[in-house]
Design a binder for this molecule. Structure first.
Ligand SMILES: NC(=O)c1ccc[n+]([C@@H]2O[C@H](COP(=O)([O-])OP(=O)(O)OC[C@H]3O[C@@H](n4cnc5c(N)ncnc54)[C@H](OP(=O)(O)O)[C@@H]3O)[C@@H](O)[C@H]2O)c1
Length: 258
């Protein structure tokens, strides 16, 4: 399937590892010019080599998206090199607390929103004017099944739910400008240096097997390619009527039937 994305410019936050790296690779394979950001220069440079091997023009930006105003700096650097952004993938996510309400103070709750929502929200606002001007744009926010439905800790679940809400609201506002806004809700996806790799390394085979048996209908952890390839598809005109939705990529792990 030719997605006709050749020559478009994409910014992927946290594109150096894991799901973000795969989103960058899937878009690079479609001829998209890529900007990736992350906090670790070495990982960014390693991924840059992989993306260039796929034929992409690649810009790397070192920056922590959870820091106030960093989004502005990242956007300014990206557009100074590429001119404008056609496709934004807000991929960075994480949590500062793994507890419930009794164990999560306001600073950690708020900080988790900084990681998952506020930087990405600011980036959305920064890319929209050019997308409106050219009557074409794509924004894809990486949420979680623990945002569509109950799961995980209180700060992460709340921040991802807010991200899904902001995605839907922006989609309704921006549809008339040819800008499609969607979110993706991954389930448990393992990849090098990811949290589920750590979980498997830090627990006994019995504990891992029990987790898989209790939670993962496919009998194994997910892998990044379905997320990256969905991002590429949602970026294309073939997905022209898909907006405002949250699409699970979870191997059936989520318990919601809608
Ligand atoms: N993997 C899963 O099972 C799963 C499940 C549900 C949802 N998700 C969501 O999917 C997204 C990607 O997950 P992942 O597993 O690939 O995450 P990950 O392993 O933590 O990788 C995140 C990427 O983002 C970068 N990054 C992290 N914090 C950053 C920050 N504050 N500013 C800039 N870059 C930052 C990392 O590079 P540096 O560390 O060098 O900055 C890395 O490139 C997240 O939103 C996550 O919540 C993942």
């Amino acid at each position: 399937m030719d997605l006709k994305l050749n020559g478009k410019n994409a910014l992927i936050t946290g594109g150096s590892r894991g799901l973000g790296r795969q989103c960058a690779l899937s878009l690079a394979n479609e001829g998209v010019n890529i900007v990736i950001c992350g906090r670790t220069p070495e990982t960014l440079e390693n991924t840059k080599v992989d993306l260039e091997t796929a034929g992409a023009k690649v810009i790397t930006i070192v920056g922590d998206i959870s820091v106030p105003d960093k989004a502005k700096e990242i956007h300014a650097k990206a557009t100074s090199k590429l001119g404008h952004i056609d496709i934004l993938v807000n991929n960075v996510g994480g949590t500062l607390s793994r507890e419930d309400i009794s164990g999560t103070n306001l600073d950690d709750f708020r900080g988790t929103f900084d990681i998952n929502l506020f930087g990405g929200y600011e980036l959305m606002r920064l890319v929209i004017p050019h997308m409106q001007k050219q009557s074409w744009g794509r924004i894809i926010n990486i949420a979680s099944i623990w945002g569509r439905e109950y799961g995980g800790n209180i700060s992460y679940m709340s921040a991802k739910a807010a991200l899904i809400g902001a995605t839907k609201h922006a989609a309704v506002s921006l549809g008339k400008y040819g800008i499609l806004v969607n979110s993706i809700a991954p389930g448990s996806i393992a990849h090098p240096q990811g949290s589920w790799e750590r979980f498997q390394n830090n627990n006994s085979p019995e504990v891992v097997e029990q987790f898989i048996s209790d939670n993962l209908p496919l009998g194994k952890f997910g892998w990044p390619e379905p997320v990256g390839d969905l991002v590429a598809f949602l970026s294309s005109d073939r997905a022209g009527t898909i907006t405002g939705t949250c699409i699970p990529v979870d191997g059936g792990q989520g318990i919601s039937m809608i």
